[in-house]
Design a protein around this ligand. Structure first.
Ligand SMILES: [Mn+2]
Length: 389
């Protein structure tokens, strides 16, 4: 029995570093990914689809986001189960209780708003552990698993939240306790756990039966392997008591790439013109620039002329990339004017006298005095040339 596991669509997500036009493209990309997921489900012969939480970025998505989400959901030809997660919990203000949702929800789409078993196809159960508030105080997934019959049937539990084994935080009250899930699997209560919350695709623990699907479109630089969905061939649990045979059975889980956007950090140590050229070459070699969001972190020491070149070079590329995140915040560049910089300054009178005195002092042996003079020269150059870094 095959199904599609996805999560964390985060429909309606906004990113502060995107301009209005790019924001619209970014939002549409998430919706387009949903349509591609429907294609994957159809092409791979999946019998149903589970979305393990955070379908929406918030419980107050705008009408356009809800309308387009419903439209994208209409493209599935098999049952789709949506789990309310921490971003879209099934609380009194839930998007899933809104008139727009209820009136437009396609027949094949169901919200896992309680832990009743759903039967997408005979012989398989889907059981949700929905979030009903932003802050659960217990492990909803383990509780749901513990309440299921130990009958060894094909049963997919759909949950959301950080797994203690992944985060390393074993004391967090709402965390998903992996040991409890593995115990439920060993007892025959659940055959597969489909999780959401973590945006990087990852298996959890040793059973091969507990997975995070990851977000179908990446959402930040920190994600290691986002942009996928999982096609899962359920593996039956061998009847209790057969020991080694059970351990041998593992589901076949295939990562299917669906994402089109990319987040990328670019680091550069810049000391001269060659370093700048290399930095720009790295940025220019990025594929699919309009859908690539870049954060540049640059450190080094440059002359005024080089600093201006850096600034201009980043600015030019900012308009080609999906986004070039706030370079000024990440610039750790010391500007030290050289003789060429200073010669280019047309100063007269007091300013010229100040420049010459600072220049003389910058070349003295006493280190703190020299550094102070260098800083002052940099400031003088910046003020004179109209605020260039
Ligand atoms: Mn999420």
């Amino acid at each position: 029995m095959r199904f599609l596991h996805t999560s964390d669509w985060q429909l309606g997500m906004t990113r502060h570093f995107l301009g209005a036009g790019d924001q619209a493209t970014f939002a549409q990309a998430r919706l387009d990914a949903v349509v591609r997921l429907a294609d994957v489900a159809r092409d791979r012969g999946c019998a149903f689809v589970v979305v393990a939480g955070d379908v929406f970025e918030t419980n107050q998505p705008d009408r356009r986001t809800v309308g387009r989400a419903l439209d994208a959901l209409r493209t599935f030809n098999v049952p789709v189960y949506l789990l309310p997660g921490n971003h879209d919990p099934y609380d009194p203000g839930s998007v899933y209780r809104s008139a727009a949702w209820r009136e437009g929800c396609p027949d094949l789409v169901r919200v896992l708003d309680d832990d009743r078993p759903r039967i997408p196809v005979p012989g398989v159960e889907v059981v949700g552990a929905p979030w009903t508030s932003k802050r659960p105080v217990t492990d909803l997934v383990a509780e749901t698993c513990a309440a299921l019959p130990a009958d060894g049937s094909l049963r997919v539990v759909v949950g959301h939240g950080p797994a203690d084994l992944v985060s390393g935080d074993f004391g967090q009250p709402g965390a998903v306790r992996v040991a409890a899930l593995e115990a439920a699997i060993a007892a025959g209560r659940v055959s597969h756990v489909a999780l959401g919350d973590r945006h990087s695709t990852s298996a959890v623990g040793d059973t091969g039966r507990i997975w995070y699907a990851g977000a179908p479109e990446p959402t930040s630089y920190r994600e290691e392997d986002a942009g996928n969905a999982l096609v899962v061939d359920l593996a039956p649990l061998v009847a209790a008591g057969s020991g080694p045979a059970r351990a041998a059975a593992r589901p076949a889980v295939e990562r299917v790439p669906v994402g089109r956007w990319r987040f990328q950090e670019v680091h550069g140590d810049v000391q001269d013109d060659a370093d700048l050229a290399e930095l720009f070459a790295v940025l220019d070699s990025l594929p699919d620039k309009a859908r690539t969001i870049v954060k540049v972190k640059v450190a080094g020491t440059l002359t005024l002329r080089q600093a201006a070149r850096l600034e201009e070079g980043l600015e030019a590329r900012e308009h080609v990339l999906g986004a070039l995140e706030h370079p000024e915040r990440h610039l750790d560049v010391t500007v030290v004017p050289d003789a060429d910089d200073l010669a280019a300054l047309s100063l007269t009178g007091y300013a010229a006298t100040a420049r010459d005195r600072l220049l003389a002092r910058a070349h003295r042996d006493e280190e703190s005095e020299a550094r102070g003079a260098t800083d002052a020269l940099g400031l003088l150059v910046r003020l004179t040339t109209g605020g260039t870094r």
